[in-house]
Ligand binder design. Structure first.
Ligand code: ADP
Length: 489
C-alpha cells in the first residue's frame, strides 16, 4: 500500500485536456521534505500559459459548448465518476501526496476519503440549484435564476493539496463553471494526477485546467486576468491582500479568501482531563501543525492547568515523528526549509519572551525538515507565539479563570477562522459559541469538518464560505427576470 517509490506519470501543465510543456520550456524541481532532495522536475508555467488555459476555459464556457449544454444531472454523473476514480487510485494519490507533502500515508488516505465524500456531496447538488419566483408589485411576474459565474481562477496552498483542490473544484464544477487551478509550487504532483483522472472521467475539453508555477507569476496572472470572473484563494493573509488588490486593479473579479488563523481551544475544569489533553493535542499537532484551523491557543482553566500541562507534555513526547511512509508514524516533516526556519524562530522567540518549554523545542534528525512536537506553558497573550500563526507543531498553553475573561482574550486577535470549547456546562458552551468571533465553533470536539457544513473565517481569516450550500453560492450569479404581463388577463 504505502510506497515511497510510486511512479510519477504527470509533470506537465494540463490545458484543454492535454498535458503540455510550459511555453517558455521552463521547469522547476519539487522537493521531498523528508530528505530535502528533489523528486522530479515539473513544468513551470507563467502568464502566457495562464492565458492559454483561460482561453481554453473560456471556450469551454461558451454558450453552445458541450459543457454549457450539459444537463445538471449529467454534470453530477461526471463528479460521481471522478469520485469513483479517486477511490480506485486512492493508494497512488496518497503515495504521491505523502512523497510531495510529507504527511503520513495514513493521513493522506484520510484526505483522499474526504475528497471522495466532497465530490459525491457536490454531485448531488448539480440538479438541485434552483432559483425561485417572487411576489411582484404591478402586472409583472419575476423569477430568479442561479447561473455559473464563468471562468474561475483557483489558487491553493500546500498543506492539503488534494483536499483544497477538491473544495475548489467540486462546487465550481457542480454549478457549471470552468476553471484554471494553480497548485502550490511545493506540491504540484497530486493536482496533475487529479487532472488526468478528470479527463478519464469525461469532463469536456477546457473545463478543468491546471497551471503549475509560482505565486508572483502564475498566481498573479490568474488574479489579474481580465477574462477570469472569480478567484477563490486559500493561503496566507499577505497573499490574500495581494489578491484583493489585483482584483480591484483589474476587472473587479469576485474574490473569496480562506486565510490563516490563531484559533482558541478553551478547556474548562469540568472535563475529563485525559480526553481534553488528547483533543487539544490533535487540534494542534494534526498535519504537523500545518493547518489553518489548528487549535493554536490552548486556554486551560486554572484549576486543572498544572495537571493538564504535565499530561500535554507527556503526550507530545510520545508522538512518533519520522518517515511518513513507515507504520505508526504520526508526524512527518514540515513542508520546506523556509517553514522549518520560521517555526524554529518562533520556538526561540517563545523562550526569549519567558514561556516555559515543556516538550520538544528542537529539530528532529539532520536530514529533512522534521521538528519535535513542542509544548510551551505559561504563555501569555502578548507573546509572539500567542499572536502570530506558527503553522507548525507548537502548542501554546495559556491559563484562564472565568468565562468572560477567556471570551475577551480569545477574541483579541485579527484572525477568526475556528474555535473550540470543552466543557460539560451547557451554559458555558452556548455563551462561548455565541460570543466567539470565528467561522467554526467545535464543542467537545475539534476540527470536525464535513462537506455539508460551511467553512471560512471572520475578520482577517477571510471572507466567503466554502463547503455546504455556501460553496454553491460562491460560484453562482443571481439573475432577476421580470416579465410584464398583459394588464387584463
Ligand atoms: P503559504 O505561506 O501557506 O505558502 P501563500 O499565500 O504564500 O501561503 O501561498 C498560497 C498559494 O498562493 C500558493 O499557491 C502560492 O503560490 C500562491 N501565491 C503566492 N503569492 C502569490 C501572489 N502574489 N499572487 C497569487 N498567488 C500567490
Amino acid at each position: 500500500m504505502a510506497n515511497p517509490n510510486q511512479e510519477i506519470k504527470y509533470t506537465q501543465l494540463f490545458i484543454n485536456n492535454q498535458f503540455v510543456g510550459a511555453k517558455s520550456g521552463k521547469t522547476f524541481g519539487t522537493i521531498n521534505p523528508s530528505t530535502g532532495k528533489q523528486i522530479i522536475d515539473v513544468a513551470e508555467g507563467d502568464a502566457a500559459d495562464v492565458d492559454a488555459a483561460v482561453q481554453a476555459a473560456k471556450q469551454a464556457f461558451a454558450r453552445s459548448s458541450p459543457w454549457r449544454q450539459m444537463d445538471g444531472s449529467a454534470r453530477g454523473k461526471l463528479l460521481h465518476k471522478l469520485a469513483d476514480l479517486i477511490e480506485r487510485d486512492i493508494n497512488v494519490l496518497a503515495n504521491l501526496e505523502s512523497l510531495d507533502n510529507g504527511k503520513t500515508f495514513g493521513d493522506a488516505v484520510f484526505d483522499m476519503n474526504c475528497a471522495i465524500d466532497t465530490f459525491r456531496y457536490y454531485a448531488g447538488w448539480t440538479d438541485k440549484v434552483h432559483g425561485s419566483t417572487v411576489p411582484s408589485d404591478g402586472p409583472v411576474m419575476t423569477y430568479i435564476r442561479k447561473e455559473p459565474v464563468g471562468v474561475v481562477g483557483q489558487i491553493i496552498p500546500w498543506n492539503y493539496p488534494v483536499l483544497m483542490l477538491t473544495w475548489k473544484w467540486a462546487p465550481a464544477l457542480a454549478v457549471g463553471c470552468t476553471l484554471v487551478l494553480k497548485p502550490a509550487e511545493q506540491t504540484p504532483l497530486t493536482a496533475l494526477y487529479m487532472a488526468a483522472l478528470s479527463k478519464e472521467a469525461g469532463f469536456p475539453d477546457g473545463v478543468i485546467n491546471v497551471v503549475n508555477g509560482f505565486g508572483p507569476t502564475v498566481g498573479a496572472a490568474i488574479v489579474n486576468h481580465p477574462d477570469i470572473r472569480k478567484v477563490a484563494f486559500t493561503g496566507s493573509v499577505e497573499t490574500g491582500r495581494l489578491i484583493t488588490e489585483g482584483s480591484s486593479k483589474s476587472n473587479l473579479k469576485r474574490v473569496s479568501l480562506e486565510l490563516g488563523g490563531k484559533s482558541p481551544l478553551v478547556i474548562f475544569d469540568d472535563v475529563n482531563v485525559d480526553e481534553a489533553v488528547e483533543i487539544a493535542h490533535n487540534a494542534i499537532f494534526a498535519n504537523h501543525g500545518q493547518n489553518c484551523c489548528a487549535g493554536s491557543r490552548t486556554f486551560v482553566h486554572e484549576r486543572i492547568y498544572d495537571t493538564f500541562v504535565t499530561k500535554a507534555a507527556q503526550m507530545a513526547k510520545s508522538r512518533k515523528v519520522g518517515d511518513p511512509f513507515a507504520d505508526g508514524t504520526q508526524q512527518g516533516p514540515q513542508i520546506d526549509e523556509e517553514q522549518l526556519n520560521k517555526i524554529m524562530g518562533y520556538i526561540e522567540s517563545a523562550q526569549k519572551e519567558g514561556a516555559k518549554l515543556q516538550a520538544g523545542g528542537k529539530r528532529s534528525g539532520n536530514v529533512g525538515y522534521f521538528i519535535e512536537p513542542t509544548v510551551f506553558s505559561d504563555v501569555t497573550d502578548e507573546m509572539t507565539i500567542a499572536r502570530e500563526e506558527i503553522f507548525g507543531p507548537v502548542q501554546s498553553i495559556l491559563k484562564f479563570s472565568t468565562l468572560d475573561e477567556v471570551i475577551e482574550r480569545a477574541n483579541k486577535t485579527e484572525y477568526g477562522l475556528a474555535s473550540g470549547v470543552l466543557t460539560n456546562n451547557i451554559n458555558n458552551a452556548l455563551v462561548f459559541a455565541n460570543a466567539i468571533e470565528a467561522g467554526s465553533v467545535w464543542v467537545n470536539c475539534y476540527d470536525y469538518v464535513m462537506p455539508t457544513t460551511p467553512f471560512g473565517g471572520y475578520k482577517q481569516s477571510g471572507h466567503g464560505r466554502e463547503l455546504g450550500y455556501c460553496g454553491i453560492e460562491l460560484y453562482t450569479e443571481t439573475k432577476t427576470v421580470t416579465i410584464k404581463l398583459p394588464t387584463k388577463v
